[in-house]
Design a protein. Sequence first.
Length: 217
Amino acid sequence: MPDLTLVIGNKNYSSWSLRPWLAMKQFGLEFQEFRIPLYTPEAVSQLSQYSPSRKVPVLLHGNQQVWDSLAICEYLAEEFPHLNWWPEDKNARTIARCVSAEMHSGFQQLRQNMPMNCRAKLPGRGMALGVQKDIDRVTTIWRDCREKFGIDGDMLFGQFTIADAMFAPVVLRFVTYDVQLDHIAKNYVEAILAIPALQEWIKAGKAEQEVIPAYEF
């Protein structure tokens, strides 16, 4: 049995859960998955057993608890250093960390007005004040990374890294809301969607029965 357990929320809605889950899948780690449906009467008590923040995701590794998506990915990069979680080139690695941290802390209008919802198709919805500015910044990051560092593959830095895991939920948002993109962004969206693990996540999300009204129009 694997000694890694990842506690996640609903696959249809939980963008933060997707990030470390996808990274772990892509880097071939064996782990147990424990899903806690969010915003249910039992959710808070269940989450308090695993996470001091009472939020998902949480990585359990032996006696270690790691909560927060980016912290989980960084922890795994230290535990499994033979895997290329970050680009090997120092400059590329620095930029990858910067854009991952920016994704982690920013883009509030995009998050609030275009919640992740794998089941939905909502073209044109969610374009509130400030959302286009967030979209433009995301696509600028994608274009800059692809043009400067993406020569040896289809991902932001060529091969898949933590940075791609951080932006994968944004890809799903752009699909749900049919966001209009330039050809570089479209190609990147297609490359992320082609990842078998992401298709596995989407399929599971669509099969879920729970509905969280806050994430539905």
